[in-house]
Design a protein around this ligand. Structure first.
Ligand code: NAX
Length: 343
């Protein structure tokens, strides 16, 4: 077992997703059973007691991998030496709040946090933004950490959308989730996202795989019916799943969001399965015509040194139109925060 612990910082450590995250990280679910962790929980003063209470519970678990827990409201303390940062705490949209106000409030959080990461984090730090609007918050944090931290170290979470898409397909096709590969989420973590199954495959027989679109067509009685199901049922259900959870559960997604954040970091750190991919929002280098610099979800792979966009996939006209609509929203968000002086 490596003896030097990895420093992991969770912002919003007194909130719901933070609470669901920290026990699994301390149990070794994120970095593996051979990597001890030092946890830092960043909160605002109002959230400190809740985070401190969670830290007491962590102690009561006596996790063998957990070396230390520190709760603080000072970003420079929270990010000191941080190797993995999960930026969860954000300003939620309150009733009647305009989008511009939401972006401004979050720029006031992710700008200073990005600066603190640039100033004191480990030189190989990786950051995933969970707090919404996640893509644009990641863009602000990355810009604020420059030039000390390369922008590509900042990512935003669309793995929950990815996992939701896989879950929907698995249920519909009556297979286990592990039988489905190469689904992709493109664009923004918002209702404009494009959950894409056109390159996805389904396990078929002991060794083989078949195109997932063929499996859908078989089940639904033809290609046209499959396309209609994707457009009318699957895509809206995945894109609006967060609202469905709130309606049914009476509260937003928590354990599934924490699980997705753990999947995101684990695959980034330890690598995605060979010949397969996942989805994450990363800084565009112009792939698929997405403007350079914006944080956009793509199919991505990792060999353990950060996510790389899977290039060279064909996008038909309908897919391209969906991607462009979501990218237009990201560009509008970037322009709004630029106008606020946050970039
Ligand atoms: P909670 O309100 O339970 O917790 C948020 C915590 O963040 C609070 O304890 C608050 O005090 C703290 N906080 C606020 N500002 C902070 C700051 N400047 N520094 C440190 N801590 C700060 O929300 P929760 O349910 O945990 O959700 C957190 C965020 O995740 C929200 O923005 C939510 O929209 C977002 N989500 C993102 C998802 C994704 O897939 N990207 C899915 C789930 C979730 O909706």
């Amino acid at each position: 077992m490596a003896s030097e612990p990895t420093t992991v910082t969770i912002t919003g450590g007194g909130g719901q997703i933070g609470y669901a995250l920290m026990f699994r990280i301390a149990a070794g679910d994120m970095l593996g059973a051979d990597r001890p962790v030092r946890l830092r929980l960043l909160e605002i003063p109002q959230g400190m007691r809740a985070a401190e209470g969670a830290a007491l519970e962590l102690q009561d678990c006596a996790f063998p991998l957990l070396r230390e827990v520190e709760v603080t409201d000072d970003p420079l303390t929270a990010f000191n030496g941080t190797r993995i940062a999960l930026l969860v705490g954000s300003r939620p949209r309150s009733a009647g709040m305009e989008r511009g106000d939401l972006l401004a409030a979050n720029a006031g959080i992710f700008g200073p946090q990005g600066r603190a990461i640039g100033a004191v984090a480990d030189e190989d730090v990786r950051v995933v933004v969970v707090g919404n609007p996640a893509n644009t918050n990641a863009l602000i944090a990355a810009a604020s950490a420059a030039p000390d931290v390369p922008a590509e170290r900042f990512t935003a979470l669309t793995r929950l959308d990815h996992n939701r898409a896989v879950g929907q397909l698995a249920e519909f096709l009556e297979v286990g989730a592990e039988a489905i590969a190469d689904v992709a989420i493109w664009g923004n973590h918002s209702a404009t996202q494009f959950p894409d199954v056109s390159h996805a495959t389904l396990r078929h027989g002991p060794e083989g795989r078949m195109p997932l679109l063929d499996a859908l067509a078989e089940r639904l009685g033809g290609r046209e019916a499959a396309t209609a199901w994707l457009d009318d049922v699957f895509i809206p259900r995945v894109a609006k799943r967060g609202a469905e959870i709130i309606e049914v559960r009476g509260s937003s997604s928590v354990a599934s969001a924490a699980n997705a954040a753990i999947d995101h970091v684990r695959d980034e750190q330890l690598g995605t399965p060979r010949r397969s991919w996942t989805s994450a929002a990363v800084v565009s280098r112009g792939e698929y015509g997405v403007p350079e610099g914006i944080v956009c979800s793509f199919p991505v792979r990792s060999r353990g040194k950060g996510y790389e966009v899977v290039e060279g996939l064909d996008l038909d006209d309908r897919a391209r139109a969906r991607l462009e609509a979501s990218v237009a929203e990201l560009v509008a968000e970037r322009d709004a925060v630029t106008a606020l002086g946050a970039l």
